[in-house]
Design a protein around this ligand. Sequence first.
Ligand code: URA
Length: 468
Amino acid sequence: MKRVAIQPGADLDGFRAALRRLIAADVPPQDVVWDAAPSLFEETASAAAPPVALPRRVADIIRLVVCHSDPERYALLYQLVWRIRHGEKTLPAIASDPLIHRLHGMEKSVRRDLHKMHAYVRFRRVETPDGDHFVAWFEPDHFILEATAQFFIDRFISMRWSILTPVGSLHLDRDRLVVGPPAQRSDAPQSDGFEEGWRTYYESTFNPARLNPTVMRSHMAKKYWKNLPEAQSIPDLIRSAPSRVRQMIEQESAMPRKRDPQKAVAAMADQAPKSLAALNKLILAAQPMVQGGTRAVLGEGPHHPDIAFVGEQPGDQEDLAGKPFVGPAGQLLDKAMAEAGIDRKQAYVTNAVKHFKFEPRGKRRIHAKPTAGEVKHYRWWLEKELDLVKPKLVVALGATAALALAGKPLAVAANRGSLILDGRPGFITIHPSFLLRMPDEDKARAWKEFVADMKAIRRLSREYEKAA
Ligand code: URA
């Protein structure tokens, strides 16, 4: 049995030196006893033992895990190194291995402790004959004092400060860092003149409407509260939150209303309609989110169709008729469907945006493209609509429909064909109005391709029908 002496706390250097000796002597982990105090049987450091080359990820695990308070930490780390050096090169990536699982948990716990220390150390000013001295008290869960030193040095290099903890202390005096003995809470000052101002600032920025005491406690465990001047205000702030929220609501209702698309979407989420009729009622009653638009144009067609075609938005004629795809683009769509053997009456036809967005020019209303934000607003309706209609295949006619169905921009040329659109079996093709705008010499070819897409859509929908 080899006894290895290691210093109490996080002895990274001691572990590295021991590692070299043990690996050089080929000592298996089960033959090593790690002593967290210098022992009579201590192996003397052998300067001749060569360095042990380790992957960077392993070096990172070691650096953090030596800080953990678990007395088995060195034994576990040595097992890790031993197994990697004995053929298990990919071991650190095998999260299901019990050793890796345990080390990951330890690493995470140390990281959390470091984060808490960075966030919750509060210095209090003490006047001394040599000038101001800033002193903080903190109770870490692990031996992180030295690992965290650089963080505080970087931030408070020009100050004279001490961080006192039950497992040791750090002192910075004119750029010199000294690691000192453990301290007691009573060694640190309890308050200073700065705190009143800090508490007032905290109280004024505290938002009672966002109060969630459970989350607050999980982020800021109660054990840290006693170090934080602002924490003294928390019980009062929690107690007075409901009345402050009521006050905010009263103030808000007296203020002029401004339309906020995000709030509108959130409000709609609460109303989730349970039938297509209920959804349509909601759409018809809603204010257009685009400029122009006299009425909402609803989707049309049977429930559970093989195919749902989704266009961009109703045009001038659709807006007047209150029906989708009845103008020039709709006539081309009908023709292409007929050539491919798709019966429009059996398909569902709708739009990504439910209102006609236009700019008036004289007596004419000129189509204006909806913005991505507008498409996003209408997307909630489209998703509910398709959830209720339940088509086997959704077809995006053009880029706006593709954006609405996928929830992200998809170029038509690069994505034309069948694909999954946000979890739904889908197909992207051109918008029929694209054919109307084309130079004559390209029209015949583009038409052929469009009809070929329609035929592919019909075939695909049949396959989904069989699979259903
Ligand atoms: N273009 C569309 O995208 N939808 C219609 O309903 C009409 C034209």
